[in-house]
Each structure stands twice: as C-alpha cells, then as structure tokens.
Design a protein around this ligand. Structure first.
Ligand SMILES: C[S@@+](CC[C@H](N)C(=O)[O-])C[C@H]1O[C@@H](n2cnc3c(N)ncnc32)[C@H](O)[C@@H]1O
Length: 240
C-alpha cells in the first residue's frame, strides 16, 4: 500500500533566520567572543562552536533556557566595556520596555569595529506576554541604532511578502472556530458551517504554498515584512 508522505510545514522566518545567522557565524573568526543577548534556548549556539559563545538572558519566562553565562537584565550586563566582537540579538527588541537603554548597553559591551545582528518582528502577534512591548518600522530601527552609537550596515526585510501572507493564512486557519456551533449562529449554521470549514482548509493549504514560495523567492517590492533584519557596527575609535 502507498502511504502519502506528509510534507513538513515550512516556517520561512526560521529558514531565513538560520541562513542569516549561519552567514554571521561564518564571518566570526575562531578567536572572537560572541554574546547572545536574550539567548532563550540558544538556537544559534552550535553555529558559533568554532568561537567563544556566551549567553545572557533575564530568564523570567517558564520556558527552557540554554546554559546562561549571565542571568541579567539586558540594561545591565555584568561585563567590562568592549568585551565582545559579535552580538546576536534575535527576536528580543520587541520584548524590552526600554529599548534605547539596552541598545546603549549592547554598544558599551561591543568592541569598536564589532558587529551586531538583530532580527525583530513587525507583523507578528503578541507573544511572551506580558513581556511584549513594541513593533518597529525600518525608520524606528535606524533611529534607535544610530542614537545608540551604531553605524547601520544593513537594514532589510528578513522574509519576503509571501512570508507575511503565509503567516496571515496560518493565523486564519488557527483563529477560525473549528465548531461553528460555538458561534451560536442558529439557522445560519447551514451556510456558516461549510464556509468556515472550506475557509480553514483553503487557508491551511495556502499557508504551506506561500511559505514554500517565500523560501525560494523573497519578494520585497510591496506589502509589509513579518520581520526586519539589522546588521550594525560599532565605529572604530579612529573612524572620522
Ligand atoms: C522571543 S525570545 C528569543 C530567544 C532567542 N534569541 C531566539 O532567537 O530564539 C526573547 C528572549 O528575550 C529574553 N528577554 C526578554 N526581556 C529581557 C530583558 N529585559 N533582559 C534580558 N532578557 C530578556 C526572554 O527571556 C527570551 O529568552
């Protein structure tokens, strides 16, 4: 008997994040010291095995954490100035009540000439409540990084618009009620039931189709991004 192989759902954000973090790791020399700021479970730790990796997080959530070198708020990292060559700062900026204070602290602990990689959502639901404070436009991000003393080298969409569309369909597929009777629609169930059922089905099929499309083709000419990516540098003391 043939068994239909179920395709694993693709999360284009994870694919793009893995790619960009891999590239950042490749540009990290073995003698370098890396800080994962707001490391969480440390999904990128293994990419930096060839260098020295340290993790900081306030560890206030009921989730697992990677082994942490610094349990601290990111406004006060207990290390000397200019300790790190590289900083990873993935999916953390939206969770901070005082983003300028944290960016100033990250700038302090980064070496002159060192680089930071930041990814942060724009179109994404509230998560890790109640620690979810902000969403940023590209102009807000540039302003925050420059105010903190960084030179922005890259500021772009992490995924393309198809990634955002896929996410919208995913939200639709999960947010619509499975059982239309819960809406207490009375006789309207006759048409509401099939409408909800077929919309959910279509939405879950389109989630996968747009996700796969986004991995192959990053369309950034229209729509809005799910996440932004920033790569910024702390200027050398000798920079004009
Ligand atoms: C969405 S998770 C991202 C984790 C990881 N960087 C990743 O990419 O999977 C956000 C992380 O930021 C941490 N965090 C939030 N606010 C913080 C703060 N004020 N100081 C230190 N860590 C914080 C949380 O504990 C959590 O691990």
């Amino acid at each position: 008997m043939f068994q239909r192989r179920r395709r694993r759902p693709v999360n284009p954000s994870r694919v793009h994040l893995a790619r960009i973090n891999r590239r950042f790791a490749r540009s990290t020399a073995p003698e370098m010291l890396v800080l994962d700021a707001g490391a969480g479970r440390g999904p990128y730790r293994r990419l930096f095995r060839h260098a020295t990796y340290e993790a900081a997080d306030f560890a206030q959530l009921q989730t697992g954490y990677t082994q942490l070198d610094y349990v601290c708020d990111l406004t006060k990292i207990p290390v000397e100035d200019g300790r790190f060559d590289r900083i990873l700062f993935n999916q953390v900026l939206e969770h901070l009540p005082d983003p300028p204070a944290v960016l100033a602290e990250l700038n302090r602990v980064l070496k002159p000439g060192g680089r930071i990689l930041c990814s942060v959502p724009l179109y994404f639901h509230e998560h890790q409540r109640p620690y979810d404070f902000y969403r940023y436009t590209q102009y807000g991000l540039r302003h925050l990084f420059e105010q903190a003393g960084f030179q922005v080298q890259r500021l772009e969409w992490l995924e393309g618009y198809f990634g955002t569309v896929s996410y919208q369909f995913k939200m639709m597929a999960t947010a619509l009620p499975k059982d239309p009777r819960r809406l207490k629609p009375g006789w309207r169930i006759v048409y509401l039931g099939p409408l909800l059922w077929s919309t959910r089905l279509l939405a879950s099929m389109l989630t996968g189709a747009f996700a796969r499309a986004d991995v192959r083709w990053k369309h950034v000419k229209s729509g809005m991004p799910k996440n932004y990516l920033v790569i910024a540098r702390k200027p050398e003391l000798t920079d004009g």
